[in-house]
Design a binder for this molecule. Structure first.
Ligand SMILES: Cc1cc2nc3c(=O)[nH]c(=O)nc-3n(C[C@H](O)[C@H](O)[C@H](O)COP(=O)(O)O)c2cc1C
Length: 190
């Protein structure tokens, strides 16, 4: 049971820029399902430009600076990833690549996180989520292992307003948030 007197501040972002993105809708569902003692702000990756080491050397763009500051200020992250061609979308990888810099000084290092995802396919972004877990290794991020939330056949799990209506997946997100809360507090105390 988590100590709910401590507030765990979570920054969430989705690897989709689509207006009606199921993954952004899943983050909004997470905001509805937060346990006591946890807050979730959603960050939009749209303003982040394509990574270029020349641009980085000439001056890190404001949107990237803000992204990194928001990561640093958060106790934990919640990433909702679609699956593109069995992997994570370029939008998400690009944002992580920016935030991973400079090597050894990234605000991502040591950060607890939870991963979930929605896709139109049968596997609910599972293959993308495992690729994302691989990226976490080089950054020494600390993902929650269980539960896993694979929202498959997403078109039938959200209504026309973007609300997640599927009880099983709502329950899965709720359990994932509680696991992230406990995991974050445990790492903070370690
Ligand atoms: C370039 C591209 C590749 C895709 N590849 C996969 C895939 O490998 N597996 C899958 O389940 N869905 C795939 N899809 C479908 C996505 O799951 C679907 O578009 C989903 O709605 C994207 O997430 P979003 O709603 O958050 O934008 C792909 C879609 C695009 C645009």
């Amino acid at each position: 049971m988590a100590d709910t007197s401590l507030n765990v501040r979570v920054l969430g972002f989705a690897g989709s820029l689509r207006r009606d993105s199921y993954n952004r809708a899943a983050l909004r569902a997470a905001q509805e399902l937060l346990p006591p003692g946890m807050t979730l702000e959603i960050f939009d990756l749209a303003p982040i430009p394509l990574f270029n080491e020349d641009v980085e050397r000439d001056g890190v763009p404001m949107a990237v600076k803000e992204f990194k500051e928001r990561i640093a200020a958060a106790d934990a992250l919640l990433i909702a990833t679609p699956e593109y061609n069995y992997s994570i979308p370029g939008v998400l990888k690009n944002a992580i690549d920016w935030a991973s810099r400079p090597p050894g000084q990234s605000p991502l290092i040591g950060k607890p996180l939870a991963i979930m995802g929605a896709s139109s396919g049968y596997f609910g972004s599972a293959r993308a989520q495992y690729h994302l877990r691989q990226v976490c290794v080089i950054l020494n991020m600390h993902p929650v292992n269980s539960p896993e939330v694979f929202i498959s056949g997403a078109a039938s799990k959200f209504d026309e307003t973007g609300k997640l209506t599927d009880g099983m997946f709502r329950d899965g997100i709720s359990k994932l948030l509680k696991a992230l809360q406990e995991w974050t507090i445990r790492l903070q105390r370690a």
